[in-house]
Each structure stands twice: as C-alpha cells, then as structure tokens.
Design a protein around this ligand. Structure first.
Ligand code: GRF
Length: 192
C-alpha cells in the first residue's frame, strides 16, 4: 500500500508539481492526497486544481493562536490519512501540535547547503556572498528554522558570471530532481 502524502506550500509550487509528476511517472510510490496552503492567493492552488489534487487553504489569521491553527491542520491531516507531511515552500515555522503528531514524518527542502544560509532569501544571500558552491538540502523538520537533521544534500558549483536568476534556476532544477528521489527512498524504508 502506498503511503499518503500531504504537501504544504505557500507560494509558487514548482516543487509541488515536481512531486506530482514523479508520482504520476511511477518514480515516487506515494499517493499525494492533498495540498495544504496557508495563503489564499498562492499560485500553487491553481496548479493543484489543474492536476486534480484536492486543496485545503487555512488562513492562520482566522485562528486565535498558532496552536489553534496547527490543531486544525492536524485534524485536517488526520481526515486525509496523512502518513507524511512534505513541506515545499511552506513559509511558516512548524510548531508543537504538528511536531507532536507527525514528528519524524515531516520533511522540508531548502535552497542552500545547510547549515549555511538558513531562513529566507537563501539563494540571493549565497549569490551576494560570492560563495563558490551552494546547493539544496532535504531535512527532517524540528522546531527551529531549517535546523532539523539533514537527510540529503546536493551541491551546485557557482560558475563565474552566473546571475542570481541563473543560480536560482540551477537550484530549482536540482530541487525538482532531488526531492522526489529522497521522498521515494524514505517511504521505501518503511514497511507499509
Ligand atoms: C524552494 O526553493 C524551496 O527550497 C524553498 O521554497 C522554495 C519553494 O519554491 N523552501 P516552489 O514554491 O516549490 O516553486
């Protein structure tokens, strides 16, 4: 039986699409049962609808506290029978309710070689810093900002003259290849 995955995203959704395509090709043995989004206007919502993945949007501002918001998210995940929570550009720090229920089953992708350049604008900060290499990290999620145990990393060597746009494009290419592979390995390690 394939495990159920809910993808969390807040924005563009290119990693969401890469995961869906890998599952459709048969390279990623999971059911992507839903997209969870915290932003009403996020472009990822239309992407999910266009490929028939059910979408849930919860606006955190409508909940009295972060815990109340996350408790509602946990209830949603339980109705989906979620086995894994896959963050793909979800722009919030995960808190207690989600970690207590899904700890060890929540992963994230980050566009740098962590621990370098955690947080926002990592690609731009690496470009600005003039580093020779950066890359992509997939890691388990803990209560920190991009601090959880690393599962996999892939390096991108920055060529002279690369613009920020070029670097961003190379990083995203790596993300779209790496994330489905890493998730496929993780779910294969489990006896379902
Ligand atoms: C990616 O660069 C990912 O590493 C980071 O947020 C970005 C999301 O991009 N966490 P997209 O929405 O998947 O296109």
């Amino acid at each position: 039986m394939k495990p159920n995955v809910v993808v969390f995203a807040s924005g563009r959704g290119s990693n969401f699409t890469a995961l869906v395509q890998a599952a459709e090709r048969g390279d990623l043995p999971v059911n992507i049962t839903g997209l969870f989004c915290d932003q009403l206007q996020a472009p990822v919502i239309a992407k999910a609808r266009s490929v028939g993945v059910p979408v849930a949007v919860f606006t955190p501002q409508l909940f009295p506290t972060k815990d109340a918001y996350e408790q509602a998210v946990v209830r949603f995940l339980e109705t989906q029978g979620a086995d894994w929570v896959v963050l793909a550009g979800y722009m919030r720090i995960v808190g207690g309710p989600l970690l207590q229920r899904y700890g060890g089953r929540i992963i994230n992708i980050h566009p740098s070689l962590l621990p370098a350049f955690p947080g926002r604008d990592s690609i731009a900060r690496a470009h600005e810093a003039g580093v020779e290499r950066t890359g992509v990290t997939v890691h388990f999620v803990d209560e920190g900002v991009d601090t959880g145990p690393v599962i996999a990393q892939r390096e991108v060597v920055i060529q002279q003259g690369w613009s920020l746009d070029t670097l961003a494009e190379k990083i995203h290419e790596v993300e779209h290849d790496l994330y489905p592979r890493v998730l496929a390995e993780l779910v294969k390690e489990q006896a379902w």
